[in-house]
Design a protein. Structure first.
Length: 255
């Protein structure tokens, strides 16, 4: 297991958002975290990435506890994420947004950057080549010099994922990557995610409401309802499970 969530509970005052949840993600798989709105999916992402400190339980990444560790340190350890609402630097170009992801790869000092010494320029050139390579893989290299927010919604999603990939993660967390996309954009994104998974050796944990996308992408899914697990297994089995259907559509047996 690359990621293990063990007996995690998250309470906000008197509200239990996550209730004694345990699951594991195997290295190399695409694991879906699904459920109706308010089920606790994004809360789990925030716990894994250090934005929330869980009330109880522990999270392990590569068999090391990451509970209580700051988000920037978790990124350095090899976990990157995107957000439900796209978060790009509006005043920066597409290329500069992706270059932000390489900040740990800059092998020059502050003074070398201020004085524009040779090592600064050689590193900047190397990182730009690497960033352009990622943009090529996402099919958006032609927009490198555009303001990031000038792109279509679907392409902005790609920029955000590309920036996360630039941090060189082992585990990539995608929060509703296909949200707001049309069917053609969604299919294109699913192909890109599969390709970068193989090319960069990634494990992917994703939240998504588009069940066709989930069925097409995920090796395994965990379904949450009110912070509790109600199903874990293959996506094709999830969509016919009675508890899952009731969580999404309501329990018609008592209607």
């Amino acid at each position: 297991m690359i990621l293990e969530v063990k007996n995690v509970t998250m309470k906000f005052g008197g509200v239990t958002a996550i209730d004694n949840l345990s699951f594991g993600v195997k290295s190399g798989e695409i694991f879906g975290l699904i459920g109706p709105n308010g089920a606790g999916k994004t809360t789990i992402f925030n716990i894994i990435t250090g934005n929330y400190q869980q009330t109880e339980g522990e999270v392990f990444f590569l068999h090391e506890s990451i509970s209580g560790i700051k988000p920037n340190v978790i990124v350095q350890k090899g976990i990157a994420r995107t957000f439900q609402n796209i978060r790009l630097f509006k005043s920066m170009t597409v290329l500069d947004n992706v270059l932000i992801g390489f900040h740990n790869e800059a092998n020059y000092t502050f003074f070398e950057s201020i004085l524009r010494l040779p090592r600064y320029f050689s590193n900047e050139k190397r990182l730009k080549v690497a960033a352009m390579d990622i943009l090529e893989r996402f099919g958006i290299a032609q927009f490198a010099d555009y303001p990031a927010t000038a792109l279509s919604y679907g392409n902005q999603r790609k920029v955000e994922i590309a920036r996360a990939v630039a941090t060189e993660p082992k585990l990539l967390l995608l929060d509703e990557p296909a949200a707001g996309m049309n069917p053609i954009e969604t299919e294109d994104l699913s192909n890109i995610i599969r390709n970068i998974k193989e090319e960069y050796g990634l494990t992917i944990l994703l939240i998504e409401h588009d069940m066709k996308f989930v069925n097409n992408m995920c090796d395994k899914v965990l379904v949450l309802d009110y912070g509790e697990e109600i199903f874990e297994g293959k996506p094709s089995d999830a969509i016919v499970d009675k508890k899952v259907i009731a969580a999404y559509l309501g329990d018609f047996t008592h209607a």
